[in-house]
Design a binder for this molecule. Sequence first.
Ligand code: 16G
Ligand code: ZN
Length: 533
Amino acid sequence: MDANIAAAASKHPKPIDRVFQYGTAGFRMKANLLDSVVFRVGLVAALRSRKLGGQTIGVMITASHNPPEDNGIKLVDPMGEMLENSWEAYSTELANAKDEDVVTVYRSLEERLKINKDEQARVIFARDTRPSGPKLVTALVHALEATGTEYTDYKLLTTPQLHYLTRCTNTEGTPQSYGEVSEKGYYEKLAQAFARAMKGKKTVGPVTIDCANGVGGPKLAELLKFLPKGSTGGVEIKIINDDVLKAEVLNHDCGADFVKTKQRAPPSSKAGNERCCSLDGDADRLIYYFNDPDHGFRLLDGDRIATLAASFIGDLAREAGLSQDLKIGVVQTAYANGASTKYIEKTLGLPVVCTPTGVKWLHHAATKFDVGVYFEANGHGTVVFSQQALKAFQTKVPESPAQANALETLRALTELINQTVGDALSDMLLVETILSHKAWTPKEWDLTYTDLPNRLVRVEVGDRNLFKTTDAERKLVEPQGVQAQIDALVAKYKDGRSFARASGTEDAVRVYAEAATRSEADDLASKVAAVVK
Ligand code: 16G
Ligand code: ZN
């Protein structure tokens, strides 16, 4: 086998002088640099599977909201979760090994991690619509074949679909079965749960969905075939930006990242005051928005989805007579608007936990609740339910028709929500369900609280690694003295809050600031940026 691995490795040489790092979202860069990385991640996937007794590991080839010429790769653990933290370092180690050392490092990891050489490795993988995908798949397959790994190529999928299939594969035939192990199984599960959760409620008008010209487009079109039709019990969906044939349009002037960072609708969107939403390039992020006749463009971001979901599920738990038994909480990052945090704590009466940026941190914190709602402001998030919550929804004997109703809706939500990872398609159906139950237009949703004006600035610095944070990235410990200067600035502004952190995906530091007025938020952000520079 060593000879096979060495021979295959030599077909995927590492670019000289490149240092790779498994970051917040795996490896991500210009696609033409990725060949050796993908090959070696294939080796890591095989090791990880064997380490876990032959459970199936997921591999996703995508660069999400990045431009079309980029690509990336990340690993999915057996229950559909992000790769365990310590393995990021092993992936980084193997990705940076010299070509001639690949086998040695592979065997050394096997030894250090006490991996059984005879265990059969199993991997499933998929990719998004980027033109570089098929070639990278070849590199991955070379690694899987050289290591004798059993594999299934699911071709084109959204990232959350691959997470779903990973979990289904590993739970098939057990009481924890997560669903049928097929793409069709995913659509059927979502569509059936949506029909149950809607319970014949009416959706208020159509929703326009911008698919970022990514893999979410064809997959949403597929999902539509399974969804109930008509505004009663169903939803009318208008798809835009679903061109996956022209490579250059992916994420270009559209998609969730464009809408969130530019704070405007995609130019291609002709929407009036109807609700619209945007997915990102691999359909794991979702942002809603609409045009308010009085106030113009209004963004309903991840914080809004979190508050909507938490309030709805909180109400259902109360109606079901379960609010005393279940701990419901919300997980956010420092980027969450201060007004959303206040609304959750004060109006909804629910606890909020803040974690560092990156889905793995939020997800982990959310699992500490019975119902853990987590969303990043950028639209990435989901809801996770504990075993105790699932059991309570199944076994609680209702004392009234209203209780029975609430329990049935809760059960449907646990099927509708993709609990493995944030899933734009599943989150969209969740939002549509909630708006229908509340008979809300986006305007009513928007009126639940008022965002504090805020500003995000990207600051180019000499070395971003000098910036070290604590307190869920809300405070800098290094460089020394910088935090004191930020504190002094913040103190001068009403409702002021600001933090600086090194980006995990770009060579820059990000500064976030919010304050009582637009001009104060802008002013605070630029002053803090000047301190950081
Ligand atoms: C990654 C994260 C995303 C986070 C972003 C922050 C995952 C799957 N993705 O894309 O959640 O918001 O990084 O980027 O965890 P930054 O560190 O450059 O600000
Ligand atoms: Zn994404």
